[in-house]
Design a protein around this ligand. Structure first.
Ligand code: ASP
Length: 323
């Protein structure tokens, strides 16, 4: 009797999950972007969602759930149903660094399933236009000559711009005063207005303001120049050799999401990344496409683990205070 009930229960659960997977998706999906609208995460998510909806046949909404370096938005995604309808957009900051800074109510590895690696962004050292420097060397001199620590905008403790700022402090010995925002979109508004001195920003966020002459750019933190902005030198060329950092992004879903759904989301994203029009839009922002062999869920999981091992010691040593 017991056995029959158990067998019936298992069959019921199995058919329920098959129905869930077979009909997936049958209503709109939501991507939770943990930073402000108009910032680099938001822009990338919207470009991809626009194309992914053609493959999935359902609308994809972007919800900006901001605060605490992106950990509020990731927490929301972790607590949502593991049915493939809520997706967590994040990056090296939210899905790696935050674990070394905040007492998160979730485990970055155990509570999330990796879906796919997204393009990466070299960082770019930018300042307000009022800074008189013409090169990175002159900018470093200007920063050193300030009587109080220069102000650097970030998207909150543990965000990409914050980790990049810590790295910059480490390599230059210059102390910065961080000004946390809910994303680098509002930080950029204040940089253009001259309210803060600098940002070590994602290139995709700064590039249009640099092109428009609204801010000054000194160097990109990569071994090679950005193809869509070839006049900006690399940190190696401009005088901070070895200051390399690219901010990769990715998509995750809550743990226990059926494997078939993870595979559907992965395939829809890969299709979007392979679309030449999408590619062009992303590359024009200075983004670098992931290598083909890095596009499986497992590859993102492996990267996330390796990055945790690499970054947590440095972040913990920096004794970061949360905002
Ligand atoms: N990616 C963040 C944003 O979209 C910025 C950051 O991590 O610094 O605003």
């Amino acid at each position: 009797m017991r056995k029959t009930i158990l067998a019936a229960l298992i069959a019921m659960l199995a058919s329920g999950s098959t129905a869930l997977t077979e009909n997936y998706p049958s209503r709109p999906l939501t991507i939770i972007v943990p930073f402000s609208a108009g910032g680099p995460s938001d822009v990338m998510a919207r470009i991809l969602a626009e194309r992914m909806k053609l493959t999935l046949g359902e609308a994809i909404l972007i919800e900006n759930v901001t605060g605490a370096g992106g950990s509020v938005g990731v927490g929301r995604a972790v607590r949502s149903a593991p049915d493939g309808y809520t997706i967590s957009f994040g990056h090296l900051g939210t899905h790696v660094a935050n674990g070394a800074i905040y007492k998160l109510g979730y485990d970055l590895l155990a509570d999330l399933e990796p879906v796919v690696l997204l393009p990466s962004n070299p960082m770019i050292i930018v300042s307000k236009n009022a800074v008189p420097a013409k090169s990175l060397k002159e900018f470093l001199e200007w920063l050193k000559a300030r009587p109080t620590p220069p102000t650097a905008g970030t998207a909150g403790a543990g965000s990409g711009s914050h980790i990049a700022g810590l790295y910059f402090e480490n390599i230059t010995g210059i102390k910065l005063q961080y000004v946390p925002y809910r994303g680098t979109a509002p930080a950029m508004n204040d940089l253009v207005a001259g309210q803060i001195d600098m940002i070590v920003d994602q290139t995709s966020n700064s590039i249009s303001q640099v092109r428009a002459g609204n801010i000054r750019a000194y160097a990109v933190t990569d071994a090679k120049r950005v193809a869509s902005a070839p006049d900006i030198p690399t940190t190696d060329e401009a005088g901070l050799p070895g200051f390399h950092m690219t901010l990769w992004s990715g998509l995750w879903v809550p743990k226990d999401t059926p494997k078939e759904i993870v595979a559907r989301l992965n395939a829809a994203t890969v299709e979007a990344l392979n679309d030449p029009a999408v590619r062009q839009q992303l590359e024009n922002l200075g983004l670098q496409m992931p290598a083909k062999d890095q596009l499986s869920p497992a590859a993102l999981g492996a990267r996330q683990k390796a990055e945790i091992a690499k970054w947590w010691p440095m972040i913990k040593a920096a004794n970061v205070k949360v905002d």
